[in-house]
Every structure is written in structure tokens, then in C-alpha cells.
Design a protein around this ligand. Sequence first.
Ligand code: HEC
Length: 245
Amino acid sequence: MPLSWLELHGAMTHFPIALFLVSAFFEVAAFITKHEDWRKTSYLLLLIGVVMSIPTLYSGWMSVETVFVGAIALPQILLIHRTLAFATVILALILLIVRWTTHDKPSITAFSILCSVVIAIMIGMVGYLGGKMVFGGVTVDIISTHQTASAPHGGTATSNTRGSQAQVLAIMKSNGCLSCHSMNGVGGISAPDLTHEGTRHPDVSWQIKHLKDPTSVSPGSSMPSFAAMPSGQLKLLATFLANKK
Ligand code: HEC
């Protein structure tokens, strides 16, 4: 595919934002200057804005599917961005339907202006949060695509790397690791961040020992013991942690 969903979303998103903003501008300007015909422009821009929103929402949704594949939880900022985006389009659609069914009568002008301004403010916030995520570097998933989870015996990473990473995440999820620890920006704050765990403890046997009996290598540790975990899972998890650089 020549363009990723995220690139497509980034390019498309400017259209509904600009259309909703200019539509609100014409709506307010028509009221102030008494240029009634400007309302037609605002109506047309709103219509195109709603139509353009559909592929924009879709590409945004698919971006999350591809960028955050396998993620345990989505970042808060993304959830707000997405909810607000859907709310904005729904409000714009309601306004469009009202203006359409009432033939844009002057009696609905006050409602229409209010909605337009609210939509403009909301779409501004959606755009701001979106930009903050992309340019602020939040689009890093739990299974970072840049992570080189090298094969256990020094071989090159194989095609099942992603599969075993998904398995590790499932193990971490079912054992509640991320209720205490954070990793790649997601999780709890009561234990050390594990994003670069491999730079501190690159030794797989240290990791296994620590998981089985935390206090044996980290005196006074309050981390629970995972000695009951099947040894295959322990090894997979320890290898992942030791290579998490
Ligand atoms: C109840 C909270 C809690 C849970 C659940 C928990 N940990 Fe920990 N973990 C800690 C604390 C506190 C420390 C710091 C003390 C230590 O090193 O043992 C720690 C330390 C670690 C370290 C060493 C971090 C360093 O300093 O470099 C690793 C690796 C680790 N935990 C992995 C895990 C994994 C994997 C799981 C899930 C199977 C898990 N932890 C579950 C609390 C927790």
C-alpha cells in the first residue's frame, strides 16, 4: 500500500476541519453583515464537511487498528480525540439534517449559529489533540514495531517475532504486570517502567530468577512471585524483558 492509514488520515483530516471552520465563519458573518445569501455558502460547506468526515473517521479508525495492534490499552489522549471526533461529526450531521428539513428557515438561525460555533470549537480541539499525538510521539504501541526482539540464540529475528510478542503481551495482561508497571507509555506507576528493561538487566537468567523470587535478587521487593507460571511462559517473558532495550 503506497500510503499508510495514518498518512492518509493525516492528509484527509484537513478537509473537514477547514470546511467546518469556514462554514461557521460564513454563518456568523452572514448574521453580522446581514448577507443572507452567505448562509447558503455555510450550508454547502457544512454538507461537504460532513461527507468528507466519513472517510476521515474511517481512516482514523484504521490507523488505530494498524498502529496500536496488540496494544493492551489505548492512550487517554487518543480516546478523547476519537470520542470528540465522532461527537463533532454527529453534531454536524444533526445540524445538517435540521437545516435541510427546515429549508434553512431564518427562524433556526440562532440554533444554527450556536451549533456551528460549537462544532468549530470541537473540531479545533480534535485537530489539536490529533496533532499533539502525531508530533508529540504518542503513536508508539505496546508492541513497538521498532523493537528488535532478537531470537534467543543470537539468530536474527524471525517472522514469528510478532506472534511471540503478542503471546508475551497476553501473559503480561493475564498476570497484571501492567497494573504496577508501565511500558511504552501504558500501565501503572507503582513499579519501575519496563520500556527499557533490557538496558538494566540484559541477562535472561536474572529475569527468570527475579520473576520466580523477586526478593532473591532485589531485597525488600514488594513484587509478587511468579514461580507458579509455566516454565515456557517464564522463559518467553524473561527473554522479552532482557531484550527490551
Ligand atoms: C504488585 C505490583 C507488581 C506486579 C503485579 C508486578 N511487579 Fe514487577 N516490580 C514491582 C516492584 C515494586 C518492582 C521493584 C522491586 C524489584 O526490582 O523487584 C518490580 C520490578 C520488576 C522488574 C525489574 C525492574 C528494574 O528495576 O529494572 C521487572 C523486570 C519486573 N518487575 C517485571 C514484572 C513482570 C513481567 C510482571 C508480571 C508477570 C510484574 N513485574 C508484576 C511490582 C510489581
